[in-house]
Write a protein that binds this ligand. Structure first.
Ligand SMILES: [Zn+2]
Length: 428
């Protein structure tokens, strides 16, 4: 019974970190009622049986900025003045219970503290720190342990309903992984404007775990993106002694000379996805792409190049124009701020200014143009057309690559299958 309650409580607390998308949504599954008749025990025997059992209660809670020791303990379900006194007076321990850290506790059924633990990563040594406060023979002790992080692979997947971040949140994908996905597919998908309802993401990524709880997400190992009917895939591969990179399953590098979007991808800009400019709906109508975003949102150059123009240009307001060689130029208009100088060099992804509403503009937005020998082109089409100049797989590396891609493909397929299952269950 003790074990069962502990397991249930753990499942409710720390278990929330597990990849939620792996199981179908329980509320969506059909419920079967089971009626069973139970012979009641005589009352006396029942209460005696209960007396014989004491059990531990496991809880966990995040430390908040405004927390007092009492507030934290109370959220952990602990009512223990002695424990509160120890934690309050021990300034070293108190200093370790900083906002954002998760604290887990074990308490008696009388709500007295048995032990308390907090974990965090202090450096890149591959270890984590574990603070352990324990009651032994009525006295509290505190110690800090240095424990190796355990790497593991996590699988998650989701269906796009609005923005990439909203999808990632629903699928339990950490922000660091979401940003990597935006980077990996940044040459193929404009995450601000190119996402479609029903797009699907599946991802396999590394997680570093402490006591079974993911403390730090690592690198994306592979991912699959079904965007507007197109199947995009990526896997990390590194030949011995070479720089690693992302490839599709055919072994073609995903590195692109051009990014699909001049907007830096972040939680802030993500919320502006799928918004169309009220005046122009497509780039064809006015030979550019508009990105609605708050004033001050960073704007980046989509490729390496030289700043041809940086200053005011009529209705464009504050403008940066960049030449990328071979007749390709890009233009960024209505900026509130310009961060580069005419004649200077820029690198792909470098911040060149910020969104504003200068010139003829109805509200804060970025107006972005791509020209090829002076002719306006759809920036997304160009980004896709310019093939990667990244790593080329050596023939000798092929067998290893094939082996790795087979394994990753089946993991991704498993993740995608779960999403489909959930979608079907929800639709029912
Ligand atoms: Zn425009």
């Amino acid at each position: 019974m003790t074990a069962l309650i502990a397991a249930l409580l753990l499942g409710g607390g720390g278990g929330a970190f597990a990849v939620a998308s792996l199981g179908p949504d329980a509320s969506a599954l059909p419920v079967r009622q089971v009626v069973e008749f139970v012979e009641p025990l005589p009352l006396q025997a029942q209460s005696e049986a209960l007396d014989a059992h004491t059990f531990s209660v496991f809880t966990s809670a995040g430390v908040r900025q405004t927390d007092t020791i009492e507030a934290l303990l109370s959220r952990l379900g602990i009512n223990d003045p002695e424990a509160a006194g120890f934690l309050r007076q021990n300034t070293e321990v108190r200093a370790l219970l900083v906002a954002g850290r998760t604290v887990s506790a074990e308490a008696t059924d009388g709500r007295n503290l048995i032990s308390l633990r907090a974990r965090w990563v202090a450096d890149d040594s591959g270890n984590f720190k574990r603070l352990v406060v324990e009651r032994q023979n009525g006295l509290f002790t505190a110690r800090i342990e240095n424990v190796p992080l355990v790497p593991s692979l996590r699988v998650a997947s989701g269906v796009v309903r609005s923005s990439l971040f909203a999808t990632a949140d629903e699928a339990g994908i950490p922000d660091q992984v979401t940003l990597q996905l935006a980077e990996i597919f940044g040459g193929d998908i404009d995450f601000h404007r190119g996402l479609r309802k029903g797009d699907r993401i599946s991802v396999v990524y590394e997680a570093l775990e402490a006591d079974g709880e993911p403390l730090r997400p690592g690198r994306v190992v592979s991912a699959e993106f079904v965007n507007n009917g197109r199947n995009l895939e990526a896997m990390w591969f590194q030949e011995p002694g070479k720089r690693g990179g992302y490839f599709n399953f055919r072994g073609e590098s995903l590195e692109r000379a051009f990014l699909a979007s001049p907007m830096e991808f972040s939680r802030v800009t993500s919320g502006f996805s799928m918004r169309l400019h009220p005046i122009h709906n497509t780039w064809r109508a006015h030979k550019g792409t508009d990105y609605g975003a708050p004033t001050g949102t960073p704007v980046r150059t989509v490729a390496d190049g030289k700043v041809e123009f940086a200053g005011v240009m009529g209705g464009y307001g504050n403008v940066v124009q960049i030449a990328h060689g071979k007749g390709d130029t890009t233009l960024y208009a209505h900026l509130s701020r310009i961060d580069v100088r005419q004649g200077g060099s820029v690198e792909r992804g470098q911040r060149i200014g910020a969104v504003g509403s200068t010139g003829w503009s109805t509200g804060p937005h970025l107006h972005f143009e791509f020209r090829e020998n002076g002719v306006h082109r759809d920036p997304l089409e160009v980004a896709r057309a310019r093939a990667g100049q990244g790593v080329v797989l050596a023939a000798a590396a092929r067998p290893d690559f094939e082996r790795a891609s087979r394994a990753l493909r089946s993991q991704l397929a498993a993740a995608a299958a779960v999403v489909t299952q959930v979608a079907v269950a929800t639709a029912r």
